[in-house]
Design a protein around this ligand. Structure first.
Ligand code: PRP
Ligand code: URA
Length: 207
């Protein structure tokens, strides 16, 4: 499944400020919200709709409404920063949670929490700002699929070629929607040029 990248000048503008090391947590949260809103629109441009008959004040009209429910699943903790924009444009969305944390030595994702709503017959969107080795995303996608999700997408702010490769190999049918695809990973498996540790910058913590 091809990767879809945001093609909007506003996205590039927001990303530059997100990457800037002098951007403080309050602005970082605000910029994450704005970029996630653009990603939410991009990730849902192909949602199915069905006809609905209504009456405008002037005439009967056949409109279209969304056909199926939407579930958003943030990977804790950094993915939490991407949930509110989805809820703001899709107020009826259900939210599930998957807790994964990378081991600082091995960069392997360890699962510590999973609470999902019913996901069968929904569009399930896994959100995590950073797709580095792809280990966390691949594990989260397996968890939602094991729970019955069959129409699944992955939405990330920054990706690496290695992360895209890992997820595409494990889940070839899952579309990946990215803000931007960066060049590489460094020796510590951080995205380069990247923006550093997203969770730490979002929540003002330092490892
Ligand atoms: C970050 C990020 C992803 C993961 C990406 O989370 O939010 O979940 O790393 O790395 P990967 O593609 O190599 O698996 P982290 O483990 O730092 O936890 P946090 O969100 O709690 O800070
Ligand atoms: N997690 C982050 O927060 N940043 C990276 O560059 C890689 C993993």
């Amino acid at each position: 499944m091809p990767v879809r990248l945001l093609q909007h000048p506003l996205a590039a503008h927001i990303l530059t400020h997100l990457r800037d090391r002098t951007t403080k947590p309050a602005l970082f949260r605000n910029l994450s919200y704005q970029l996630s809103l653009i990603l939410a629109l991009e990730a849902t441009r192909d949602l199915e709709t069905v006809e609905k008959q209504i009456e405008t004040p002037l005439a009967p009209h056949t409109g279209r409404v969304l056909a199926r429910s939407l579930v958003v699943v943030p990977i804790l903790r950094a993915g939490l920063g991407m949930v509110q924009p989805f809820q703001d444009i899709f107020p009826d969305i259900s939210v599930g949670y998957i807790g994964l944390e990378r081991d600082h030595e091995t960069a392997e994702a360890r699962s510590y929490y999973c609470k999902l709503p019913p996901v069968a017959d929904t569009r399930t969107i896994v959100v995590d700002p950073m797709l580095a080795t792809g280990g966390s995303a691949a594990k989260a996608l397996s968890l939602v699929k094991d729970n019955g999700a069959s129409d699944v997408s992955l939405v990330c702010i920054l990706g690496s070629p290695e992360g895209v490769e890992t997820v595409s190999r494990a889940h070839p049918e899952v579309p990946i929607i990215l803000g931007v695809l960066d060049e590489s990973l460094n020796a510590n498996k951080y995205i380069v040029p990247g923006l550093g540790d997203f969770g730490d910058r979002l929540y003002g913590t330092h490892a």
